[in-house]
Design a protein around this ligand. Structure first.
Ligand code: BGC
Length: 352
């Protein structure tokens, strides 16, 4: 059995772009521990008790800053910005003004571009060993996006085994913003096989179909009688090999679900019979994006095991992909004088 511990803080102490990097840790009274890095304002480790009370690290990641820098998969645990998921053809308009973006996913822009928020060293502040606040000022025009974006992401670990993530942002020019957290979870422990035997429950009645370039078609389709119906918990394995274009385009699930749950009830949940660990996600965001790690390819993780296809899944609470080009989707426009505020809560417990 793997004994999971937090990574060595020294392996995260470096200097990138004239800024020092660190590993920050939080612990609660229930014994849960998390580690965060200011490189990408990211979750590095999440140690939660399984049904036997043993701590399991349920988040994929690496044990040094260099491993994060060099990994094929760059988004592990990171804060994603300025725009989570894809913007078609790396381009959008605001009124008459045209904004070409850096294209890093064929012709699309993915997750804010190659030098998105996941690659930045954020300033940080730790309060009462309970909360870490990360700050980043994204300059006007960064990766093609207009406006200076002042961003704050705070992580709080509660005694109820919740990680509460609050995002805030303001701008000095009208812009588009879509922030999320990109933690990959494996509730059997990172590096411990794939997640196909996890149960997923998502109350959404509609999902956001994509085309062969993984851009939303613009429709919202009913989940009823499709592989996207998770209104009753079912194993990922049950639907992931359904021979339909939607699954084929992404070689698995990589789709937004329309979230109509208030923040007081879960927008999505996952459960592993093996560990007994239940993860529930609460959010005020209009969508939960289920991504089943379809493109994970062989990075060596914290425990020394390799992260293969479906080695982890993400529940990315966010706005709909490509919203800047799809005016009927909920707006992602942020104007000067407004403050963007959003919340994602990951809550862990043992399923009764
Ligand atoms: C996207 C995937 C993408 C992955 C990269 C996910 O959020 O939906 O399509 O390949 O991020 O890690």
């Amino acid at each position: 059995m793997t004994i999971y511990t937090l990574p060595d803080t020294k392996a995260f102490e470096s200097c990138l772009n004239n800024k020092n990097t660190h590993l920050l840790t939080l612990a609660n009274r229930a014994g849960m521990q998390i580690a965060l890095s200011d490189y990408g304002a990211r979750l590095v480790s999440v140690l939660v008790p399984n049904r036997h009370g043993d701590l399991v690290d349920v988040v994929l990641g690496f044990d040094s800053i260099d491993a994060y820098r060099n990994a094929q998969e760059q988004y592990h645990g990171a804060t994603i910005g300025r725009f989570a998921n894809r913007i078609a053809a790396g381009h959008f308009y605001l009124g008459e003004a045209s904004f070409p973006l850096v294209q890093n996913n064929a012709e699309n822009s993915l997750h804010g571009g190659p030098e998105g928020f996941h690659r930045k060293v954020w300033d940080r502040q730790v309060s009462l060993k309970k909360q870490v606040d990360f700050y980043y000022v994204s300059p006007d025009g960064e990766e093609g996006f207009p406006g200076t974006l002042n961003t704050c992401v705070s992580y709080e670990l509660t005694n109820e085994n919740e990680i509460k993530i609050h995002f805030r942002a303001t701008t000095d020019k009208t812009t588009v913003v879509n922030l999320t957290n990109h933690a990959y979870f494996n509730l059997n422990g990172e590096g411990n096989g794939d997640i196909l035997n996890h149960f997923i429950e998502i109350p959404s009645t509609h999902f956001i179909p994509i085309n062969d370039k993984q851009i939303p078609t613009g429709e919202l389709l009913p989940v009823e009688d499709t592989a996207f119906d998770f209104r009753e918990a079912k194993k990922i394995a049950q639907g992931i090999n359904t021979p339909v274009d939607q699954i084929h385009y992404a070689t698995g699930y990589d789709h937004g679900f329309v979230n109509e749950s208030p923040i007081s009830s879960p927008a999505a949940a996952a459960y592993s019979e093996e560990s007994g660990i239940l993860l529930e996600v609460f959010t005020d965001q209009p969508s939960i994006h289920l991504y089943t790690g379809n493109f994970l390819a062989d990075d060596q993780g914290k425990s020394g095991n390799r992260y293969l296809k479906h080695g982890g899944f993400c529940f990315e609470a966010q706005h709909y992909p490509d919203s800047p080009n799809q005016p009927h989707f909920p707006t992602v426009i942020l104007n000067p004088g407004e403050e963007l505020k959003q919340t994602i809560i990951y809550k862990f417990s043992i399923k009764k």
